[in-house]
Design a protein around this ligand. Structure first.
Ligand SMILES: Cc1cc2nc3c(=O)[nH]c(=O)nc-3n(C[C@H](O)[C@H](O)[C@H](O)COP(=O)(O)OP(=O)(O)OC[C@H]3O[C@@H](n4cnc5c(N)ncnc54)[C@H](O)[C@@H]3O)c2cc1C
Length: 418
């Protein structure tokens, strides 16, 4: 099977790259083995919150200049501030075109309220996520009776510590009783399958309406809106005060909505979506990938002029930790890592962990390196890359987006002939 570009991995990075290429007229396929990190994420994307020394980032350009000086392997240092800003802005437009209503902008990071009632810096957040509130607002933090993945008392207490007049409440929703029979089924995504149904809107509204008359603003766990925000919009039109939604423990409804809408966009733009398949290994000749072998297609290889590796980090098995080394799973690419296993981690789990920065090494064009040599038609994007710490630096979503669009830009510039 022949394509212009084959992308390995259909998470945030693979999908953004695939959408951009398909919309550019390329024949593009995404092979994706399983669920991506999006289903486990908050639905908010971070661009760059902290420098590696823990300093909060106040100005993106000067922060990236510092990265270039002291942390040259960081993907942002490879790309440079101008490109990072350019692709981040393009990402905002692309996500909006996919139907994702997000708040935030490259130049104005915001503080979002987390499900623990703390504030966390973000680049883009779903429109329903509350931003750091006005202290004078009386805030109702509402749990759903029996739902274990959101604790309103905890969130309200934490908000009160931050000066917010917050109070925990709980609503009963008998329409969810069929799920309550089995506590392991009582998860945000299953609840959303019920509450997104038009016939259950009245029950949800009736439970929330009295509370909306007592408070200035309501926070509810994000338990509806799997494919669109119509229930959220309708509630906000009809309740007596504004309603906001907090992402819950995984699986996360806002993250799954992002996955769904990006997948839809890729398919509608003509891309070939190959879920449940995995690239097992590849043939490489003269520093070029010539064909990819997948589990489902067995003896029929995928051939493409360009290949993009977007297989994720340890979480998605894009990287594998063996006893003595960390390896990249498909091509055995060069991986940035510490030699001695005892240097991989620090005993205090609250410290930054060196292994978080392990990942594939590339040149400035994001070509993969193998035994120090660039593979000229293989680009590496997203969290499989090395040189950054998505958690400590708050840059996971941003690295995925800007590297994905940078690779797409270079591939598109070369055209797609076979
Ligand atoms: C649990 C979790 C929560 C996070 N939350 C946030 C957040 O809230 N905000 C933020 O900015 N960042 C967050 N991050 C950082 C995160 O890494 C990125 O935001 C991003 O979603 C990662 O996307 P990705 O496309 O690089 O990889 P992934 O989402 O991991 O996707 C990789 C995909 O490739 C597939 N795959 C792997 N190997 C193969 C193969 N050989 N063949 C075919 N398919 C393959 C996997 O099955 C998977 O679907 C989070 C990360 C994790 C792990």
């Amino acid at each position: 099977m022949r394509f212009d570009t084959v992308i390995i991995g259909g998470g945030l990075a693979g999908l953004l790259c695939g959408i951009r290429l398909s919309e550019n007229g390329q024949r593009c396929a995404i092979v994706s083995r399983g669920q991506s990190a999006l289903g486990f994420s908050s639905g908010s994307l971070d661009l760059l919150s902290h420098l590696p020394d823990g300093q909060p980032v106040r100005d993106l350009n000067s922060a990236i200049a510092l990265l270039a000086q002291h942390h040259p392997a960081h993907p942002y240092a490879l790309l440079g501030a101008e490109r990072v800003r350019h692709y981040a802005q393009q990402t905002q437009t692309l996500l909006a075109d996919c139907g994702l209503a997000l708040q935030g902008d490259v130049d104005t990071p915001h503080l979002r309220v987390t499900p623990l009632g703390s504030f966390r810096r973000a680049w883009l957040s779903p429109a329903e996520v509350p931003l750091k509130p006005d202290v004078s607002q009386r805030t109702g933090v509402i749990g759903i009776s029996g739902f274990p993945d959101f604790q309103p008392q905890l969130a309200a207490a934490s908000l009160r510590k931050r000066g917010i007049d917050a109070h925990a409440e709980e609503i009963e929703l008998p329409v969810l009783d069929t799920l309550r029979d089995n506590p392991s089924e009582f998860r945000a995504v299953n609840i959303a399958r019920h509450l997104d149904a038009p016939e259950h809107f009245a029950a949800l509204y009736d439970a929330l309406h009295p509370l909306s008359q007592q408070y200035d603003v309501l926070y509810l766990p994000a338990c509806f809106g799997l494919t669109d925000s119509s229930v959220f919009t309708q509630l906000n039109q009809q309740l007596a005060c504004p309603l906001h939604l907090l992402p819950t423990l995984p699986p996360s409804v806002p993250g799954m909505r992002m996955q769904f809408l990006l997948q839809q966009r890729f398919i509608h733009s003509g891309g070939s979506w190959m879920p449940g398949d995995e690239v097992l290994h590849a043939d490489i000749q003269n520093d070029r990938v010539t064909q990819l072998w997948t589990r489902k297609h067995e003896d029929i290889p995928l051939r493409a002029r360009h290949v993009v590796l977007a297989s994720g980090s340890f979480f998605s098995n894009g990287l594998i930790a063996d006893r003595d080394r960390v390896r990249e799973a498909v091509f055995d690419l060069d991986v940035l890592q510490c030699d001695k296993r005892s240097d991989w981690y620090r005993d205090d789990i609250f410290e930054t962990q060196p292994w978080q920065q392990f990942g594939v090494q590339t040149d400035a064009q994001l070509h993969a390196l193998r035994q120090g040599k660039a593979i000229n038609n293989l680009y590496v994007v997203g969290s499989v890359l090395g040189g950054f710490d998505a958690i400590a630096q708050g840059c996971g979503g941003g690295v995925c987006a800007v590297t994905a669009l940078h690779a797409a830009q270079q591939i598109a510039a070369q055209g797609g002939e076979q």
